[in-house]
Design a protein around this ligand. Structure first.
Ligand code: ADP
Ligand code: MG
Length: 681
C-alpha cells in the first residue's frame, strides 16, 4: 500500500507471509511495530472463579474440560462443558479448527478470556480466547494488549513481535531533553513499555480514554512528526527558485479602478501579503481562507494581474465545471476590457485535434481558467508564473502537484471557503502560509434560517409565492442524491413540474448538471435579469451566480447535505438590501447526529463557528478531504482533545529543524519511514 520500508530502519524478522499481513497494517519495520499501540487491554493477570463472575463482564477463568462435542442443531458448533472448583460453564464456538478441538479435549486445563453470559442453560462464553495451561502456571504480570489487526493475523502473533521489538528495538529518545522537561512529558521508552505492557495496577480507564501521560507522550510525538514533515517540506520548497513577479504596468490598479466597489480591509491585507510573496525569488505557498462571499475571487484576480504584468501566465483551477465557468465569465468581464487574453479550458480531452487546440490556448493566453482539464497531459503552459486553485480542499495532493509541474515551479495560491478551525488549520496546513479574510464586504443582510418538516411543504410553497409577490426571487435546491445522478435529476424535474402546477402565476426555471454549458448560462442569465422568479436547481448552484434580488433559499432534504455545503448555499442569499431567508426542509424522523447538525446551521451564521462545531460531531476527516485520503496522518492524536499538543508541536518542530536536525531526522524516520514521501505535496 505505502511502498517499501525506509532504509536505515530495522526490518521485521518474520516469514514472507506474515510480513505481507503486517504490511496491510502499514507495519514494515521494527519502528512501526513499536508505535503500533493497543486498542485496549484485557486483564489476564487475575483469575475469576465461576461463583464470582458477573454476566456482561470480560473475565478470565481457569477451568478443566468435562466434555466436548460438535452439535449440528440449530447450526454447527463446538460445545465444551468445563468447570472449576465452584461451578460449571459452557464454552461455545461456531467456527473452530481441529487443533482447537484437540486443545479443548476432555481433561484439559485451560484459561479462557471472554464475556460471560447467563443463558437458559447456565453460564456461557461464546468464542472466548483460550490457551492450555498446567496446574499452578504463573499468571502474567502485565495487562494483555489487544492490537488493531487484520484478517488472518492473530493478536498473539502481534503480541510476540511487538514484545520482541520492545526488547531489541530502538527506543532511543528523539526529543531533546530540555524540550521534554519543558513540556513535562515522560520519556519515550518508558511510555512505550507502559502502553504495550501496563502493570496490573494501571488505571485502565485513563488508558482506554488515551489521556494517560504515556499516551500524551506518544500523541505528541505523532503530531510532532507531522509538523516536522510539513515544515521541512515548506522550507525545502523555499530553497527552490521561482519567477520574481514584479508588475511592469498598472494592470492591477486599472482593475481596481473599474470595480463598482472598494476592497475591504481584509482584502487589502491579503492583497499586500500575496503581492509581497510573488515578488520573492522562491515560490509562494499560500492559502487564502475566507467564508463564503468574503470576496476571494477579486484577490485572486489581482494576483493574476501581477503575474500578467510581469510577463507571465496565470492559471486558475476550480473543482467543478460550473464554478470554473462562473470564474471565467467574471474574470473575462473584469479583465478582457483591460486587454488581457483570458482563455477557458474544460472537459476531457478526447480528440487529438482538441488536445492540440487546448495546448495552443494554454501556450498563448495570459490567464487560463478551467477545471482539472488544466492539468491533463497535452496542456502546456509556455510561461506559467502563478497557479491559483479554488476550493483547494476538493483537489488531491497529486492534482495540485500536477499543476505546479506544468510550469517552472510557479507560485501557488490556494483558496478555500471551508473555514476550518484553528488547530486543524495548524495541523493540516503546516506547510502553507495562511491568510484569512475575516471580514465580509459591506451591505450584506443577515439571513433568517427556518427549519420546516417536509409534511409542511405546502406552507413553503405559499411562502415562496408571497416572497415573489413582494418582487423578490427565490432558489429552490433539490436534494443531493449521492448514489444516483439520474435520480437527482429526476427529483429536480419533479419539483419543477410541481411548482409549475402550484404556482402557475410565477415563472420558474430549472438548472441542473446535465444541461449544456450555454443552456445553463442562459437560465442563469435569465434568473440574474429577473426574468425567472424561482430557480429550481440541483446542487450546481452551490457556486452559482450572484443575484442580489434573490433573497429566499429553499433547500430540500437539508439533512442530506454537509454543513459547509448548507452554509455555502445559504450564502447565495443575503447579498442585497432585502431581508433574506433560508428555509431548510427536512424529512423526519431525524437521527441524533442529523438533528444536531441542523441545529448548528440553524443557530449559527459564522462559517468558522459552524466548522468548529461540525468538527466536534464529525471528526476532522472530511475537512481535509483528499489531502488525507490513504495517508493516515494522525492515528492517535485527536485534534479537538489534543489541541494543546498541536500548538506545542508546532513550536518544537521549528526549534528542532534549526537546532537539532539530526534528532528531527531520526524522529521522522521512526514515525513516518517510507510514508513520508506521500506527505510531500
Ligand atoms: P468568495 O470568497 O465566496 O469566493 P466572491 O469572490 O465570489 O466570494 O465574492 C462574492 C461577491 O462579493 C461577488 O459578487 C464579488 O464581486 C463581491 N465582492 C467582493 N469584494 C467586494 C467588496 N469589497 N465590496 C463589495 N462586494 C464585493
Ligand atoms: Mg469563491
Amino acid at each position: 500500500m505505502l511502498g517499501l520500508p525506509a532504509t536505515g530502519v530495522a526490518p521485521i524478522r518474520a516469514s514472507e507471509a506474515l510480513r505481507k499481513k503486517l504490511a496491510k497494517l502499514g507495519l514494515y519495520n521494527e519502528a512501526d511495530l513499536l508505535v503500533h499501540l493497543p486498542l485496549r487491554y484485557e486483564d489476564e493477570t487475575r483469575i475469576t472463579s465461576l461463583n464470582r463472575v458477573f454476566t456482561g463482564e470480560p473475565v478470565q477463568i481457569e477451568v478443566v474440560v468435562l466434555s466436548n462435542e460438535v452439535q449440528y442443531q440449530p447450526r454447527r458448533q463446538m460445545v465444551v462443558r468445563a468447570a472449576d472448583e465452584y461451578g460449571e460453564i459452557t464454552l461455545r464456538f461456531f467456527s473452530f479448527y481441529p487443533s482447537q478441538q484437540a486443545v479443548l479435549g476432555v481433561g484439559s486445563r485451560i484459561r479462557a478470556f471472554g464475556e460471560v453470559r447467563g443463558g437458559f442453560f447456565g453460564l456461557e462464553m461464546v468464542h472466548p480466547r483460550f490457551h492450555q495451561v498446567t496446574e499452578n502456571q504463573p499468571l502474567p504480570v502485565e495487562m494483555t494488549p489487544i492490537y488493531p489487526s487484520t484478517a488472518g493475523l492473530a493478536n498473539s502473533a502481534l503480541q510476540k513481535l511487538i514484545a520482541r521489538a520492545l526488547v531489541d528495538g530502538d527506543l532511543s529518545e528523539t526529543l531533546p531533553e530540555v524540550v521534554r522537561l519543558r513540556l513535562k512529558l515522560p520519556g519515550l521508552a518508558r511510555s512505550l513499555h507502559f502502553l504495550h505492557k501496563p502493570p496490573p495496577d494501571a488505571d485502565l480507564d485513563t488508558l482506554h480514554a488515551r489521556n494517560h501521560p504515556a499516551w500524551r507522550r506518544v500523541k505528541f510525538d505523532e503530531v510532532l512528526a507531522q509538523q516536522l514533515s510539513l515544515r521541512r517540506a515548506y522550507l525545502a520548497r523555499r530553497e527552490q527558485g521561482a519567477p520574481v513577479l514584479v508588475a511592469k504596468d498598472n494592470l492591477g490598479a486599472r482593475l481596481l479602478d473599474s470595480l463598482p466597489f472598494g476592497l475591504t480591509g481584509a482584502q487589502l491585507r491579503a492583497m499586500a501579503e500575496i503581492a509581497g510573496d510573488l515578488a520573492q525569488p522562491y515560490p509562494m505557498q499560500r492559502l487564502l481562507q475566507g467564508d463564503v462571499g468574503a470576496g476571494k475571487t477579486i484577490v485572486a484576480a489581482l494576483a493574476a494581474c501581477q503575474a500578467i504584468s510581469a510577463g507571465w501566465q496565470a492559471a486558475f483551477m476550480a473543482p467543478t465545471e460550473i464554478l470554473a465557468e462562473q470564474h471565467y465569465l467574471k474574470l473575462k468581464d473584469w479583465l478582457a476590457p483591460l486587454g488581457v487574453k483570458v482563455a477557458w479550458l474544460s472537459g476531457s480531452l478526447k480528440s487529438k485535434a482538441k488536445r492540440e487546440q487546448l495546448a495552443a490556448t494554454a501556450a498563448d493566453a495570459q490567464l487560463v481558467i478551467g477545471t482539472h482539464a488544466l492539468i491533463q497531459d497535452g496542456v502546456d503552459f509556455a510561461r506559467l508564473g502563478l497557479a491559483i486553485i479554488d476550493e483547494q480542499h476538493r483537489f488531491g495532493v497529486a492534482q495540485r502537484l500536477a499543476l505546479r509541474n506544468k510550469g517552472n515551479n510557479p507560485h501557488q495560491l490556494m483558496m478555500s471557503a471551508t473555514p476550518i478551525p484553528r488547530t486543524l488549520a495548524m495541523s493540516y496546513y503546516a506547510d502553507l502560509d495562511v491568510t484569512v479574510l475575516d471580514e465580509l464586504p459591506p451591505g450584506r443582510t443577515p439571513i433568517k434560517t427556518r427549519l420546516v418538516a417536509d409534511n409542511r411543504r405546502q406552507d413553503v410553497v405559499g411562502f415562496v409565492k408571497k416572497h415573489v409577490e413582494e418582487g423578490r426571487q427565490a432558489y429552490w435546491v433539490c436534494p443531493l442524491i449521492e448514489e444516483s445522478e439520474a435520480l437527482q435529476l429526476q427529483t429536480a424535474q419533479d419539483t419543477y413540474a410541481a411548482l409549475l402546477v402550484d404556482l402557475p402565476e410565477l415563472t420558474a426555471g430549472l438548472v441542473h448538471g446535465r444541461l449544456k454549458a450555454d443552456e445553463k448560462q442562459a437560465v442563469m442569465a435569465a434568473f440574474a435579469a429577473g426574468e425567472i422568479d424561482v430557480l429550481v436547481a440541483t446542487t450546481v448552484i452551490e457556486v452559482g451566480v450572484d443575484v442580489p434580488n434573490a433573497s429566499l433559499m429553499v433547500i430540500e432534504h437539508a439533512e442530506r447535505f454537509g454543513l459547509s455545503q448548507l452554509h455555502q448555499l445559504r450564502g447565495r442569499v443575503g447579498r442585497g438590501q432585502y431581508e433574506s431567508s433560508c428555509v431548510l426542509i427536512y424529512a423526519g424522523p431525524l437521527g441524533e447526529i442529523a438533528r444536531q447538525r441542523l441545529k448548528i446551521i440553524f443557530e449559527n451564521t459564522d462559517g468558522f463557528e459552524i466548522a468548529r462545531q461540525d468538527l466536534q460531531i464529525r471528526g476532522p476527516g472530511e475537512f481535509v478531504g483528499a489531502r488525507q485520503s490513504g495517508v493516515p496522518l494522525l492515528r492517535y492524536a485527536d485534534l479537538e482533545m489534543d489541541a494543546d499538543l498541536v500548538e506545542m508541536a508546532r513550536e518544537v518542530a521549528e526549534e528542532m529543524l534549526t537546532e537539532h536536525p539530526a534528532l528531527a531526522e531520526k524522529h521522522l524516520q521512526r514515525w513516518l519511514g517510507a510514508r513520508e514521501e506521500l506527505l510531500k505535496s
